[in-house]
Design a protein around this ligand. Structure first.
Ligand code: AMP
Length: 422
């Protein structure tokens, strides 16, 4: 009996793991360069946490959560995104206070029960940034710049930064009313989803993908005309800092983001190489969320991006994933007497930091040589009966073909050959 993998999930197989490691470690390096520190939260939380933060009118909560009850009948959900858990932890552990920001990064699997397609999975991997405790517009620009540096350093070319401001609650309420009166006369032409959202969350009508809705939305009022002076000034300063940092952007007043907690700055990095799932990473401010989660009122901003989409675009654009990991040395062990000295030497070299491998099964010398070649190791260490008799090991450089006998007890010298590639 074979068991198929769950729909919308995938295995990361050994031959492509190095690509994931590459992106992961680059993201870690860049986040730490900005002085952000890792936070790891559980992959499941109380369902209510997501309902209250991501919002009951969002697609994620309405349709896409993996919910379950534990043995005591408590309601949990697999996390559909990272911010809610991070903010829960920030409140639990008092990670930020007046004058001291929480600067956090995370990565891990997220779960959404959506229709799988290219760039959209049911289990996917996100990396993310959260900066909590400041409303300074420079922080908005700094968080955006982390995303920019990541995409640029990965070597991506065809992407664009789009920014918008959603204002605060007051701006939003006035704007929502304007949207409702704009869309109401078109009720007959709107899709069912838009009709459902019209009263509850009218901003979502702006990012509907149905073509008739899109046509109607094209003439809808523009959020930027509804911002208070303060919020306009904030948005203006974010743009000024981005320009100072030489980060190109366009203003897209249609960016509303699918999650309810966003206020003020919202942004996305989009690419033209991915078809409909074209957002590489997205985020924004969430100035009310900490308070909503039971903490002291505190502003925050963050973003999240998906590894899979990065990987796909990088492959498409021929970006480098760094070096494929290879063993430094391959051990060839010929004859039973050679096994014990070989095992001892191997252990000692591995303890000195050398990556080496061998095949302990009884296969011919020729077959072992072939495996050594295939492994990509620069060095082959050979121990056969002659070497055992002379207490030596033969070290062969696979690139030059040069080889040399070295005393088997001189592990430092053997290690030096391999480490310095001499
Ligand atoms: P969101 O949390 O919806 O704002 O998404 C942020 C980023 O996560 C997107 O730009 C994608 O890169 C990635 N993402 C979101 N949902 C999925 C999914 N179902 N499959 C793969 N990647 C996703």
């Amino acid at each position: 009996m074979k068991y198929p993998i769950p729909r919308g999930t995938f295995d990361i197989l050994p031959e492509s793991s190095y690509k994931w490691n590459y992106i992961e470690s680059l993201f870690k390096d860049i986040a730490e360069r900005y002085n952000y520190r890792r936070i790891t939260t559980p992959i499941f939380e109380r369902t209510e946490l997501f309902e209250r933060s991501v919002g009951n009118t969002s697609d994620i909560v309405e349709k896409e959560m993996y919910k379950f009850q534990d043995k005591k009948g408590r309601n949990f959900a697999l996390r559909p995104e990272g911010t809610a858990g991070v903010v829960r932890s920030l409140v639990d552990n008092a990670l930020a206070s007046q004058g001291s920001l929480a600067m956090l990064w995370y990565m891990g699997p997220m779960f959404r029960y959506d229709r799988p397609q290219k760039g959209r999975y049911r289990q996917f991997y996100q990396y993310g940034i959260e900066n909590i405790g400041s409303h300074h517009p420079f922080i908005d620009a700094e968080v955006i710049s982390i995303g920019w540096v990541l995409l640029k350093t990965l070597g991506l070319k065809g992407f664009e930064l789009q920014i918008n401001s959603l204002g605060d609650d007051t701006d939003s309420a006035v704007y929502d009313a304007a949207l409702i009166s704009y869309f109401t006369p078109y009720k007959k032409s709107l899709c069912q989803d838009c009709l459902n959202r019209l009263e509850r969350n009218p901003k979502r009508l702006l990012d509907c993908k149905v073509s008739t809705c899109k046509e109607i939305a094209a003439q809808a009022p523009n959020i930027l005309e509804f911002l208070s002076d303060d919020n306009q000034q904030h948005f203006h300063l974010v743009q000024r800092y981005l320009k100072l940092m030489n980060i190109p952007f366009i203003i897209n007043p249609r960016i509303v983001r699918g999650l309810d907690y966003y206020t003020h700055t919202a942004f996305e990095f989009v690419t033209d190489s991915l078809g409909t799932q074209n957002t590489l990473l997205g985020g924004g401010r969430y100035n009310k969320l900490v308070e909503q989660m039971g903490g002291k009122p505190m502003p925050g901003i963050g973003f999240a991006g998906g590894f899979e989409r990065l990987m796909m675009v990088m492959e498409q654009e021929g970006c480098s994933f760094g070096k494929k990991p290879l063993p430094q040395a391959y051990f060839i062990v010929a004859g039973d007497v050679a096994q014990e000295p070989a095992i001892k030497l191997m252990q000692s070299l591995r303890e000195q930091g050398i990556a080496l491998t061998w095949n302990p099964d009884k296969i011919s010398f020729k077959a072992q040589m072939k495996s050594a070649d295939k492994s990509g190791a620069t060095w082959t260490l050979i121990i056969g009966e002659d070497e055992v008799a002379a207490s030596t090991v033969t070290i062969r450089n696979m690139e030059t073909g040069k080889q040399q006998a070295v005393s088997i007890s001189d592990t430092d010298i053997i290690a030096e050959y391999i480490l310095n590639n001499k």
